[in-house]
Design a protein around this ligand. Structure first.
Ligand SMILES: NC(=O)c1ccc[n+]([C@@H]2O[C@H](COP(=O)([O-])OP(=O)(O)OC[C@H]3O[C@@H](n4cnc5c(N)ncnc54)[C@H](OP(=O)(O)O)[C@@H]3O)[C@@H](O)[C@H]2O)c1
Length: 233
């Protein structure tokens, strides 16, 4: 059996990625609070903000993946909160760390020892994994660390036949982006103009990149920016 476990496939990039893997013949399991809207995807309720929820689900998954000839683990769920260095409440900062970094670590710890050659661990970063903007301190911090986690994964899996990569989307038209920019056409145009193509990225474009990254071991350890070419100002 070829199996994919993806976090945050209830919406946006994750939901489209889950659909693409399903179409390609993979058994797909989503981890999030809401179910995945794609028929045929198995959803397991999991709140990444709660360590005990993630640990319970990780243990259940570990008991069920022994038969997977290939397992793809896609760390996609994340929280973007508007906060600033010097004003960022500790509890809020810890919650972002928990969702964006500690939860993937819990899943890695439970599942990596069970993964066979031909498997992969794909992290979803951001353009903000390698640059910063104001008002997103916890997100920028954790997305930079996502690249560090991916590189550590690459080094620690040497010899196992399992590859990893970090796909870093730019401005993609999803709930996460819309909750920050809204639907005002002028705002959308301003954000779109920050890409060299003058448009937002479609979630399908990122999903295809993730599926490609997960199935091409030659890119092991790579950071793949998928942002249509960000315009630097
Ligand atoms: N959209 C962009 O412009 C953009 C740009 C750069 C990077 N990215 C990255 O791309 C990835 C996907 O983002 P998206 O734009 O597709 O976002 P989205 O549409 O808002 O979806 C986010 C997903 O994360 C899950 N999630 C959030 N908090 C969670 C929690 N506490 N427990 C479990 N799951 C949780 C959500 O599931 P539930 O709410 O159902 O729990 C949802 O499925 C993220 O890593 C994001 O940082 C996006």
């Amino acid at each position: 059996m070829k199996q994919v476990i993806i976090s945050g496939a209830s919406a946006g990039i994750g939901a489209v990625t889950a659909a693409r893997f399903l179409d390609a013949g993979w058994a797909v399991t989503n981890l999030s609070r809401r179910p995945c809207p794609v028929a045929g995807v198995t959803s397991i309720h999991c709140d990444f903000a709660k360590p005990e929820s993630v640990a319970k689900v990780a243990a259940e998954l570990a008991a069920g993946v022994a038969d997977a000839a290939q397992l793809l683990l896609i760390h996609n769920a994340s929280l973007l909160r508007n906060d600033r260095t010097g004003e960022c409440d500790d509890d809020s900062f810890r919650e972002v760390l928990q969702i964006n970094l500690a939860a993937p670590n819990t899943l890695n710890t439970a599942l990596l020892p069970l993964m066979k050659p031909g498997s992969a661990v794909i992290y979803v970063g951001s353009t903000l994994s390698e640059k910063a903007v104001p008002n997103s301190a916890s997100y920028v911090t954790t997305k930079h660390a996502t690249i560090g986690m991916m590189r550590a994964t690459c080094q620690d899996l040497v010899g196992r036949g399992i590859h990893t990569a970090c796909v870093c989307p730019g401005f993609t038209d999803t709930e996460m982006l819309r909750s920050h920019i809204g639907t005002d056409p002028a705002t959308e145009e301003a954000v779109a103009s920050m890409s060299a193509f003058g448009r937002l990225i479609k979630p399908e474009e990122i999903a295809e990149t993730i599926v490609w990254a997960a199935t091409h071991p030659v890119i092991n350890g790579a950071v793949l920016h998928a942002n249509l070419g960000q315009v630097e100002r």
